[in-house]
Ligand binder design. Structure first.
Ligand code: ADP
Length: 476
């Protein structure tokens, strides 16, 4: 097995705020089957240190004076993961989330907190750990993206791949922090880590990584455009030759309608009927012949759920019902609660509820994901697995994972869902009325469901692609 070091700010099951954690938690297991042994370096946040203490973590490296404090790296195995935890109480031993204080504001020293993580990774790559040197580094998002700067400063040469999970966060900080972060001031230039007068950690990584990946092929193309690149499209265009998109997978053991403890288990689409009945009852929706669509989502403009409000009358007029679970923007929450008061065919739960989400995928006839942009998206993958027909916007990973039920795909028997133009309430309304028409054609409908349930959504394909990339980096 070839050793590699993953560097990330989140990892399931220890610490999660988004899809990044799912990827860093699942990839090591999947890569083991492809000849790569991943070790993951994580910040020692309070909950992570609690796990480390219980799991008998051992100190493997002392780092006196790291980011103006004493730190140490601990090694442990937990939940099938081989972990290195950066124990630096002055940086991580706090209440609050990985990035925000209890008041919901960014920690004012986030630059230093993640620079320390990157410095530690660079030291490990340089041979600081006794008996273990990675052949390759896999960096995730801006929190790990300063690593190439520190490697260059120390003269360490090791292949580096950077994965972009969310281009919206750049890790910006002021130039007067360059000294505190231990960066080379000579690299504060447009070809280095300077970004319009600021230090940008993500830009440093985009410039310095040997290869760049993001979480779907379509999103990789979209990132080169001003519309999606969030100010870094120029840098990404300059590096387009080393950029690839590799889809995320889902954990098919947790998301499996045959074994899911939260639902009436089923093997074929017909088994959804009992779940649908229960879901209607749970949401107070009447029995109806039309499709029951569900939405499970953060309520933000990214997710396009304001467009869905506009398209809703057309859907309910065509016989559709909608159950929504979500939380987020207050204005959107209120608008959805109002929509539920206005229509007997719409029901809304505000909140985050993992087990209800399982019941909704099992009971829903369709899952709606009308996002304006979506790097990969997981919801549509769960939908496929559970025989709920995904109705998605043609963007990012949504475009890459759902096969639109046009005539040709229906005739070829390959369709798995409906795909509509993004950021367009009219196109969404048309897709929803098409959904109702398709639902009424039971043979076609069952075929689409069955196709979806067969579609590969685990990590097998994607981990092989990561392994091919890692292997290619070793020889180039
Ligand atoms: P993002 O990471 O942008 O929120 P993804 O589709 O990649 O979007 O992942 C979102 C995940 O969170 C999915 O697994 C989805 O089912 C889940 N989720 C979102 N909102 C809720 C909620 N209110 N309750 C339960 N699960 C939710």
């Amino acid at each position: 097995m070839k050793p590699a070091l993953a560097v990330a700010s989140e990892c399931v099951p220890l610490v999660k705020t988004g899809g990044l954690a799912d990827v860093t938690g699942a990839l090591p297991g999947a890569m083991a089957g492809n000849g790569w042994a991943l070790r993951t370096l994580l910040p020692g946040y309070r909950p992570v240190m609690a796990v480390a203490a219980n799991a008998g973590a051992q100190p493997v490296l002392d780092l006196p004076g790291l980011a103006a404090g004493d730190a140490r790296v601990l090694a442990l195995r937990y939940a099938g993961l081989d972990l290195l935890v950066l124990n630096a109480p002055h940086l991580y031993d706090r209440d609050g989330s990985p990035y925000l204080d209890a008041g919901g504001n960014d920690w004012s020293d986030n630059d230093l907190r993640f620079a320390a993580l990157a410095q530690t990774a660079a030291r490990i790559a340089g041979g600081a750990l006794e008996g273990w040197v990675p052949h390759l580094l896999h960096l995730h998002d801006w929190q790990a993206a300063l690593v190439p700067e520190y490697l260059a400063a120390e003269g360490t040469r090791v292949p580096v791949v950077l994965t972009i999970h969310n281009i919206a966060f750049h890790g910006l900080t002021a130039p007067d922090r360059i000294g505190a972060l231990g960066l080379d001031p000579a690299r504060f230039i447009p070809d280095g880590y300077e970004y319009y007068g600021h230090v940008s950690a993500l830009k440093a990584g985009l410039q310095g990584a040997d290869r760049i990946t993001t979480v779907s092929p379509t999103y990789a193309r979209e990132l080169t455009t001003p519309e999606f690149g969030m100010g870094l499209d120029g840098v990404i265009r300059a590096r387009a030759g080393v950029l690839t998109g590799i889809l995320n997978g889902i954990d098919t053991r947790v998301w499996n309608p045959r074994k899911d403890p939260h639902v009436r288990r089923y093997q074929t689409p017909r088994g959804k009927a009992a779940n649908r009945k229960r879901l209607r009852a749970e949401f107070g929706l009447p029995a109806a012949p039309g499709p029951l669509a569900v939405v499970i989502s953060r309520l933000t403009t990214q997710k396009g759920l304001d467009l869905l409000l506009d398209a809703l009358p057309a859907f309910t007029a065509a016989g559709g019902q909608l159950a929504l679970l979500g939380s987020g923007d207050r204005a959107l929450e209120n608008a959805w609660l109002q929509a539920a008061r206005d229509s007997d065919a719409v029901a809304v739960r505000i909140g985050y509820d993992e087990t209800l989400a399982h019941r909704m995928f099992a009971g829903g006839d369709a899952v709606l994901v009308p996002s304006r942009f979506e790097p990969c998206g997981l919801t549509q993958l769960y939908a496929l697995r559970y025989g709920a027909v995904p109705v998605v916007a043609r963007t990012g990973g949504l475009a890459d994972t759902v096969i639109h039920a046009n005539d040709a795909a229906l005739r070829a028997g390959t369709a798995t869902g409906l795909v509509h133009a993004p950021d367009d309430a009219e196109a969404l309304a048309t897709a929803l009325t098409d959904l109702c028409l398709l639902h009424a054609q039971s043979e076609r409908w069952s075929l689409i469901q069955a196709n979806g349930m067969k579609h590969p959504v685990g990590w097998e394909v994607s981990s092989a692609q990561y392994a091919a990339l890692y292997d290619a980096m070793m020889v180039s």
